[in-house]
Each structure stands twice: as structure tokens, then as C-alpha cells.
Design a protein around this ligand. Structure first.
Ligand code: ADP
Length: 539
């Protein structure tokens, strides 16, 4: 009595088939790169995706090939999102903010044979094209009227798609074949390629839509502000059509005013990193505006400051879903939704819980260990290495000889606590932990405390070498425009929530803090800046 159910492969083409068949009229509204706001729907997206697949097939591309895309979040990007894997190829999403040599490295390492490029990003590729010997086709994602002058030999996306008759079926691949490729940012060494399979993407999307996770349905309208090229686009390109949720795509203009305009197109759920929301909240405050349809906001990628959670919830009636994930996990690890015990709490205690990153869906399993690998208790206190396993967690990086796991578990590089109710809190990245006198000080907690100061715009805590204590924490602060907070006022605020020995030894004001290509504070560069400046601890 073995294997008596149908063997229905888990392919991402089934997701867009489902959306087009059962939710054909659900809209995908885009601020186009050309300018105007344009509309499509799942039936049209599928139709064009099929033509993309046919076009790639006619170019001789398919199973075993990689195809790159460098584009903002738009309906067209969604057509390629399904079209390239529908041709049997793996879609490699490219972050235009990477340094040129990183782009060259990842395009060549993934062996991209064709590149889809947004209109405004053509110069980025032009500048490196002579270093891309494997790329045979460049396709500019616009219509004939908007084709740019370029030294590249290019195809015009809309003409190319219109030239296909659509009489084509998705290439039937194995569910374990590559579907997408996304490189980690590679703050140390070369970037590493994570290869999502069709199966991992489908299972991951089914996990992500669950009520305790993003809770998507056909009544929702979702705006992914997080780019499709950042950590598998947080999988929203799959999970929205899987449930028939309609989409709003913000295009390339991510300024608060532009995002506000798009949010007001009926968006009920949106997702991005904390900095985007800090700026939006400042804009709403300055313009005395409110959010008329937004109900929930997913915030992850780095730790979400308490003030952001409180302002969204208490001032605008928008529930914050604090989430943790990583490129290697497709990316969802945990979401901080309310279990019954948390719902019963008073507001303040509930926000305390929301400062944690929550609990995982079925299909993600977590553990924390000490340096020797022994599991640590889930008491909300013990902090240790965070490990993850599941069907959408990396097993091996692209072209790597070694597995990315130890005994089936992937070392996330994060340090965390887990409480008895299964809520996990990230305290640090292993490489950013501040070690003072044999104890660990959480840089994330220090930063969150400092950012609560009304005159502070950005805060970073790093460890500086110390002869007696090994390391001591210092805070690097970017002031809010027009504000001049004193170092002491920031330290006084931090001192309220920390033991004396954990309070930073110094506050350094900077006009700017270095960021990574995904918009996170680059501690690596920051430590280098301090070193280059010959920074000395006071006293
Ligand atoms: P990058 O290295 O480009 O930032 P990822 O997006 O994969 O690539 O980053 C994943 C890392 O981001 C996690 O390992 C964790 O350190 C951090 N992170 C993600 N979400 C959170 C969060 N909610 N709180 C704290 N850290 C987070």
C-alpha cells in the first residue's frame, strides 16, 4: 500500500496556473518604471509568463540554464518570475545596488545566459557587459516607445513577448530542479548562491500564507516593498498568487510619499525592512496623514525598534508582524503573531513579546546551542547559536563542495534566545556579539534602546578592543536632522534598561553609517572606519 496518492509535482507554474484559473481578475497594480500606474491581473500575468517561457525556449534556454533579472517590483517582473522557471530555467535575481565586481562575480558564477533588465538599470549592466562572457541575450523590460539608447545588443521585452503565440506548455521539470537563485550579501568573502527548488518554493509559500504567519487570502491586497531580489522577495511573489491575494507593486520609487500613494490603493498588508517604515512614519507625522486601508505590516531583515511597533499599532491601527528570516531560508524563519497567551496580555507586555521575532511555521525547526553544540534551554534567557532545518532551508550552496549543514542543521550565524512559549529573539549576529569580561552584550538590544531617543535617527553598537575586558561597547549615532542630542542623554536612556557594565563606554556621532546592499548597517565597515580613524576608548 505504498504511494497510492497522485504524484503531483510541486512546481511554481502550478501557483500561477491556480491564480489564473481561480482568481483571474485579482489585480496586480504597478507603478511602472516608465512612470504611470498600470494594471494587470493574474490571468494576464500567466499569459505573458507563458510567452516568456516560450521565448526563452526559442532562444535555446531551459532546464539547467540560469537566467538573470535586474528589476524593481513590477507586474513585468512577476511575468519573468514565473516565465523563466516555466521554461525550466532558474531565475537569478540581481540586486542593482551591489558593487560592479560583485555583480560580475555572481552573474558569472551562476552562469546566467540571458539578462532581463529594467529600463533605468541598463547602464548598470552596460558598464560590466564586457566582463560577462556567458550572457548571450539582453532583454530590456519596456515597450518599443521607451527603448533606451544602448551599446548592448538588446531585445525589447514587450515586442519579444508579443512575438510569441503563447501556444506552449510549461516545461515539466523535476520538483527538485532549480527554480530561483539568490546570493547572500557576502560581507565576508565571496557571495554564496542559494538555489531554491520548485518544491522548496511551493512548500515555503504554503507555510508563509498560514494564519499565524502572513495570513494571506483572496481578500487581501499585498504590497511587497521588499524587492523581489532581496532574499527570494520574502516569497511574496509566490504566496500572494497562491492565495489569490491581489498585489500592488511599488516599482522603483520607494520614497515615503510614493509608497504612501501606493498604500492608499487599498493595500491591506505590506512588507519591508525597518528603515523603510521609519521614514514612512516620519512622513505620515510631518504631513498629518493616516493610513486608510492598511491592516498589517511585516517588518524584518533587521531588528524592528519598539517605537515603530508602537506607532504603527497605537497611532495608525496597523498590526506589526515582526519577522526573522534569511536568504538561506527562502527566507521565512519566524513571525511574531499572537498565540492565545500573548493575546491575553496588556498592551505593554504584548509589545514586549513583539520585540522578539516570534515563532516558526510548520516546516521550520529551530534549536539553540552553546559553543560545544549542546542544546540550550528554552527559558528566554539562555542565548546561543541558532540552528534551523526544514524543506526550504539551504542544504548546499551553489557549486560548493561541502554541505551547508551539520547533522542536517544549518548554522544561521545568529545568536538567539527562545522562551518557553516558543518565541525566538535574535540578540545578535555571531560576528557582531560584544564580548566584555567573558559576558556577551547584545548589540541589537543596545541599538534598540538608543534609537528610542527622540533625537536619534540611527544607532549602531560595536565592540572595541579593550586590554582588560577584551571588548567594550561603543555607540555610533546618527542624529535626526536639526537635532543635537548630548552623548550623556543617550547613555542615560540606555542605562535604564541595562546593567552598569553593559552600558557603552562612549558615544560617537557620525553623519552617516555605512550600509550593505540590502540596506543594513555594515558593522564590518563600521569597525574598519573606527580602526582607520585610530579610535581610542576614553579613559
Ligand atoms: P543579508 O546578509 O544581505 O542581510 P539576509 O537578508 O539573508 O541577507 O539576512 C539575514 C539576517 O538578517 C539574519 O541572519 C539576521 O541576522 C538578520 N535579521 C533578519 N531579520 C531580523 C530581525 N527581525 N531581527 C534581527 N535580525 C534580523
Amino acid at each position: 500500500m505504498h504511494n497510492l496518492m497522485q504524484d503531483w509535482p510541486l512546481l511554481t507554474s502550478s501557483i500561477i496556473d491556480h491564480a489564473a484559473r481561480y482568481h483571474p481578475n485579482r489585480q496586480v497594480i504597478t507603478r511602472s518604471v516608465e512612470g504611470p500606474i498600470v494594471e494587470s491581473n493574474y490571468a494576464q500575468i500567466r499569459d505573458k509568463a507563458l510567452r516568456v517561457a516560450q521565448g526563452l525556449h526559442r532562444l535555446g534556454l531551459g532546464r539547467g540554464d540560469a537566467v538573470g533579472v535586474m528589476a524593481w517590483n513590477t507586474g513585468r517582473h512577476m511575468e519573468i518570475w514565473y516565465g523563466a522557471p516555466g521554461a525550466g530555467a532558474a531565475l537569478h535575481t540581481l540586486n542593482p545596488r551591489l558593487f560592479a565586481d560583485q555583480l560580475v562575480y555572481i552573474i558569472n558564477h551562476a552562469e546566467d545566459k540571458a539578462l532581463f533588465i529594467d529600463l533605468d538599470l541598463v547602464p548598470v549592466i552596460e558598464a560590466i557587459a564586457d566582463k560577462l562572457p556567458l550572457v548571450r541575450h539582453y532583454i530590456v523590460m519596456t515597450d518599443a516607445a521607451h527603448m533606451p539608447e544602448t551599446s548592448l545588443d538588446v531585445l525589447c521585452y514587450e515586442e519579444w513577448v508579443a512575438g510569441q503565440d503563447g501556444d506552449f506548455s510549461w516545461v515539466q521539470v523535476d520538483e527538485r530542479d532549480a527554480c530561483g537563485i539568490c546570493y547572500t550579501s557576502g560581507t565576508t568573502g565571496n557571495p554564496k548562491g542559494v538555489v531554491y527548488t520548485h518544491r522548496s518554493n511551493v512548500l515555503h509559500a504554503m507555510a508563509e500564507v498560514q494564519p499565524d504567519m502572513l495570513g494571506l487570502s483572496s481578500s487581501e491586497r499585498v504590497m511587497p516593498v521588499v524587492p523581489l531580489f532581496h532574499a527570494n522577495g520574502w516569497s511574496i511573489g509566490y504566496s500572494a498568487p497562491l492565495t489569490g491575494a491581489s498585489m500592488v507593486m511599488p516599482g522603483r520609487d520607494l520614497t515615503p510619499a510614493a509608497l504612501f500613494e501606493m498604500l492608499e490603493l487599498g493595500v491591506s498588508l505590506t512588507a519591508a525592512v525597518p528603515t523603510i517604515w521609519l521614514l514612512l512614519l516620519q512622513y505620515l507625522e510631518a504631513e498629518a496623514k493616516s493610513l486608510s486601508t492598511l491592516k498589517r505590516v511585516v517588518i524584518g531583515g533587521s531588528s524592528c525598534p519598539r517605537a515603530v511597533i508602537e506607532t504603527f499599532q497605537q497611532k495608525y491601527g496597523v498590526q506589526v508582524l515582526h519577522a526573522w528570516g534569511m536568504t538561506e531560508m527562502s527566507p521565512l524563519g519566524t513571525v511574531c503573531s499572537f498565540k492565545p497567551e500573548v493575546l491575553e496580555m496588556d498592551t505593554d507586555a504584548r509589545v514586549d513579546v513583539q520585540e522578539t521575532t516570534g515563532h516558526p511555521p510548520f516546516s521550520v525547526d529551530l534549536k539553540i546551542t552553546d559553543d560545544e553544540g549542546a542544546e540550550l534551554p528554552w527559558d528566554g534567557q539562555a542565548q546561543g547559536k541558532l540552528w534551523a532545518r526544514g524543506p526550504a532551508v539551504v542544504g548546499r550552496y551553489l557549486k560548493a563542495d561541502e554541505l551547508a549543514t551539520v547533522d542536517g542543521w544549518f548554522d544561521t550565524g545568529d545568536v538567539a534566545t527562545i522562551d518557553p512559549n516558543g518565541y525566538m529573539a535574535i540578540t545578535d549576529r555571531s560576528k557582531d556579539v560584544i564580548k566584555s569580561g567573558g559576558e556577551w552584550i547584545s548589540s541589537i538590544e543596545l541599538e534598540n534602546a538608543a534609537i528610542a531617543h527622540p533625537d536619534v535617527s540611527e544607532a549602531a553598537a560595536v565592540g572595541v578592543p579593550h586590554p582588560k575586558w577584551d571588548e567594550r561597547p561603543v555607540l555610533i549615532i546618527v542624529r535626526k536632522a536639526g537635532c543635537d542630542p548630548s552623548a550623556q542623554s543617550i547613555l542615560d536612556l540606555v542605562a535604564k534598561g541595562f546593567a552598569k557594565w553593559q552600558v557603552p563606554d562612549d558615544v560617537i556621532f557620525m553623519d552617516e553609517i555605512p550600509h550593505t546592499a540590502t540596506g543594513k548597517i555594515s558593522k564590518l565597515q563600521l569597525r574598519q572606519v573606527l580602526k582607520d580613524q585610530g579610535y581610542q576608548l576614553p579613559g
